[in-house]
Design a protein around this ligand. Structure first.
Ligand code: ADP
Ligand code: MG
Length: 407
């Protein structure tokens, strides 16, 4: 009799039994080890490994309560995550882990172990460079975003997908943590690094013009069901090795404005750049890393534009959307939302509850304060002047300007 007919939170030994039952052929009868390797806030992630062959797989398991905070989050996130991995794997083969098995009862997905890649945030914090990254990530974004939009797929199918991927619990987290709390002194979970408190108060809590722009962007996030987003495409959701990039953890996926994904990628390259500025002791390594990060920002925007246009033109089915000039209007609109997202993502990681290690691990307090000020300065410009960021080099120019202004 199976023990897995009703949801419960599994331990490491439960997971071994679970894998043997659900995927009997993967390991045969070799001895298995299992370790919880999750470092995220929300789910339990286990690696199951064969003692003899070294073969392995990953079991991602959702419980009613989030892993770190204990906050109640719908188990439906596991269904969304699995279906998105399957869909992304179809639209952009090789960019996400392969799904082996899925189970709505236990809220589990068993998938390919991409442990030969590593968390991109940590790799960038060692100031390692990944020359193929921008090419890889723009292929992923152009294919998954453009090919889930109204102009490509049948409008009825698109509306069915919007229903399938309606993700109220995870969207609520973003609406509050990204689009609301960081703009108010009393925002839940906020914490401001002491040396920048007065700066943040003046530049963010008191800037009503900024609040108005963020309110408009929040409205767009909530109501523009443009493309099926990954929804959490920061550098900790991206795993890299030389020549290869894998995207993990799409549980925040829903239909929203496409720039939300593209902007997240650029924002976390900016965090990596400032981290290098204030932590890297070897001048040659710093220079090499920052040059790569700048090129990656430029290419993320410019290659995305090029590939999104090509994808759109090759696959557009809507008669009106085939009108000359529409594709350019559409993709350039995504880049406006991209700039705004770069801004709000930079800000929420500095003021809000979910900080980034790129900043919090800068030991030199003056350096960290400078890094945060640079990011907030760029962020405000990206939000307020979002229509002026149509080319990748605009981000590098904003970065250099904010850096010089601080000197
Ligand atoms: P959460 O949803 O809780 O944020 P993640 O999906 O980000 O969980 O996974 C947490 C960690 O587990 C990742 O940072 C990574 O180290 C590991 N992990 C998750 N999926 C895989 C996978 N398919 N292959 C290898 N490691 C993985
Ligand atoms: Mg997650």
């Amino acid at each position: 009799m199976s023990r897995f007919t009703e949801h419960f939170r599994m331990s490491e030994s439960d997971v071994i039994e679970y894998v043997r039952e659900k995927m009997p052929d993967f390991f045969g009868d070799e001895e298995l080890t299992c370790h919880e390797i999750g470092d995220g806030n929300i789910n339990f992630v286990f690696r199951v490994k064969g003692a003899e062959t070294g073969k392995s797989l990953i079991v991602k398991h959702a419980d009613h309560a989030a892993r770190l905070t204990g906050q109640e989050v719908s188990l439906d996130r596991n269904r969304i995550e699995t279906n998105i991995l399957l869909l992304e794997g179809k639209l952009a083969p090789g960019t996400v882990p392969v799904v082996y098995y899925h189970d709505l009862v236990m809220s589990c997905v068993i998938m390919e172990d991409v442990g030969d890649h590593e968390n991109m945030r940590y790799a960038m914090m060692r100031h390692e460079t990944f020359p193929t990254f921008a090419d890889d990530i723009t292929t992923f974004m152009a294919k998954t975003l453009i090919n889930t939009s109204d102009n490509i797929i049948d409008p009825k199918e698109k509306k069915r997908l919007v229903q399938e991927y309606t993700n109220p619990d995870l969207c609520e987290i973003t609406e509050q943590l990204v689009y609301t709390y960081p703009y108010f002194e009393d925002g839940m979970g906020n914490s401001v690094f002491g040396p920048v408190h007065d700066f943040i108060e003046k530049e963010l809590f008191q800037d009503k013009e900024m609040h108005l722009e963020v309110a408009k962007l929040k409205e767009e996030f909530k109501s523009y069901a443009q493309c099926l987003l990954h929804g959490d495409l920061h550098s900790g959701s991206i795993f890299v090795k030389q020549g290869s990039t894998k995207v993990l953890d799409p549980e925040f996926a829903f239909y929203g404005p496409a720039g939300y994904d593209v902007g997240n990628v650029v924002a976390h390259l900016i965090f990596a750049w400032v981290n290098a500025e204030y932590t890297e002791k070897d001048p040659a390594k710093k220079e090499k890393f920052q040059k790569w990060a700048e090129e990656a920002m430029v290419d993320t925007i410019d290659l995305f534009r090029e590939k999104a246009l090509a994808e759109f033109k090759a696959n557009v089915t809507d008669r009106m959307a085939k009108t000359e000039g529409f594709a350019e209007w559409y993709v350039d609109g995504i880049l406006v939302n991209t700039a705004a997202t770069v801004g709000i993502e930079l800000i929420r990681r500095i003021v809000g509850v979910a900080k980034v290690k790129d900043l919090t691990t800068i030991e030199d307090q003056e350096g960290r304060a400078k890094a945060e000020k640079i990011c907030v300065t760029i962020a405000k410009d990206c939000v307020k002047h979002r229509t002026e960021y149509g080319k990748g080099m605009c981000y590098v120019a904003a970065l250099k300007k904010a850096y010089e202004a601080l000197k």
